[in-house]
Design a protein around this ligand. Structure first.
Ligand SMILES: [Zn+2]
Length: 407
């Protein structure tokens, strides 16, 4: 057993402990307390907290870093990504794998211990395993005019079953891309698969752009044009006459086992519906700015009682995969939300939403000791607020067998 003492311990499920200690045995948290312990390895002026959870990434798009520029209109960004992936998209390409591997490494050095990764190719699965990064990989399906949605889902399930390892730190499930790119039939087939696999969770991009709102309500606008351009339009589709959130809710897709990503465009009715369904919202505020869709109503999410997690999104729409930087952006958008709630979102809420709440996300006895130590300057009084100020990898270490290994 190893006992660590630190200036602060942040259990997340309890207020920060000043001059706290924790005991780790066989990689599991054995005890947590305050006060002096003579057997403790003193970590000094650091805050020990659970590793952060980056609940929304696309590791296989990491190679697009710097290729797709920030835009004012979402569809310009989509067109740029589609064009780049058409030019260059073999998932076995060493450059794509190398960029994904580097992104996993960068996530780890910035304090992330669990990721929710959206993948069309499953190329990142072996890379996550190799790096010892716990993850939920969502095998994402697109198909607005799919002939055989049940067959598509059966094939995708077979693909993830090939990768599945019982009890593994990398877990796989299926996910639809977005309401405007997945037909109602395909969405229903994915939901049926989720219902048949009670250990799984799913995710979907939801209510990201104003164009999505227009398309789902009235069937017009930029999305209608783009679906035609891409030759995937379905004449069977009828506009829903409601918001994307109410549309997905009516399809029966939303519940507590779903992570709705973005939710930038939403009404009070939408928030009430998400709250009633227990749906998790994953907010990626830096990505939202990058792709020109505006700012998420973070304060309203918390006031509505919706479980919020955070993600950086891919390097095609974010400058890095440092979740502490995402937290700093969230803090600027939601100055009135208690610091402890934002930290809970970046840890326990993300872990729970991804189906890892029993092992990750808080410093509680029996959970995995996936813990980081953040160097705290002298004079800091509010350690939770300090952790929202934009922590850089140089000030983050991982708790190993004895002392944290700062970069
Ligand atoms: Zn995404």
């Amino acid at each position: 057993m190893t006992v660590f003492r630190a200036a602060w311990i942040l259990p997340i499920t309890a207020p920060p402990i000043r001059d706290g200690w924790l005991a780790v045995e066989d990689g599991v948290i054995g005890a947590v307390g305050s006060g002096r312990r003579v057997d403790a390895a003193d970590l000094g002026p650091v805050a020990v907290l659970p590793a952060l959870v980056n609940a929304h990434t696309h590791l296989e798009l990491s190679y697009l870093e710097g290729v797709v520029q920030p835009v004012d209109r979402f569809l310009d960004w989509i067109r740029a990504v589609v064009a780049a992936r058409r030019r260059y998209c073999d998932p076995r390409d060493p450059a794509i794998l190398e960029a994904a591997r580097a992104a996993i490494g960068a996530a780890r050095t910035s304090g992330t211990g669990l990721m929710g990764d959206v993948s069309n190719t499953l190329a990142a699965v072996p890379l996550l395993r190799e790096a010892g990064m716990a993850a939920r990989v969502f095998h994402e399906l697109l198909g607005f005019n799919t002939d055989d949605p049940v067959g598509r889902v059966r094939a995708a399930r077979a693909a993830i079953d090939l990768e599945r390892e019982p009890g593994a730190a990398v877990r796989l499930s299926l996910a639809p891309h977005a309401p405007y790119s997945v037909s109602p039939g395909l969405c229903a087939a994915i939901r049926a698969d989720l219902d048949a696999h009670p250990e799984d969770v799913s995710t979907i991009h939801l209510a990201e752009s104003p164009e999505e709102v227009e398309f789902i309500a009235r069937g017009t606008g930029g999305w209608r044009e783009l679906l035609g351009e891409l030759d995937v339009w379905s004449p069977a589709w009828r506009p829903a006459g409601v918001s994307p959130t109410l549309y997905l809710s009516a399809l029966g897709f939303l519940d507590a086992r779903v992570l709705a990503v973005h939710v930038v465009q939403c009404t009070a009715d939408d928030l009430a519906r998400l709250r009633a369904a227990g749906t998790n919202v994953v907010s990626c505020p830096r990505s939202n700015r990058y792709v020109g869709v505006g700012d998420p109503p973070l304060d309203a999410f918390y006031r509505a009682g919706i479980p919020v997690a955070f993600g950086t999104d891919s390097l095609a729409s974010a400058p890095d995969v440092n979740l502490f930087a995402e937290l700093a952006a969230a803090r600027r958008l939601a100055p009135r939300v208690a610091a402890g709630r934002l930290l809970e979102s970046a840890t326990l809420r993300g872990a729970t939403a991804l189906g890892f709440g029993g092992q990750f996300g808080s410093i509680d006895v029996g959970k995995r000791a996936s813990l980081i130590a953040v160097r705290v300057p002298a004079g800091v009084v509010d350690v939770e607020e300090y952790l929202l100020s934009g922590i850089e990898p140089a000030d983050i270490g991982w708790l190993g067998a004895s002392t944290p290994n700062f970069q």
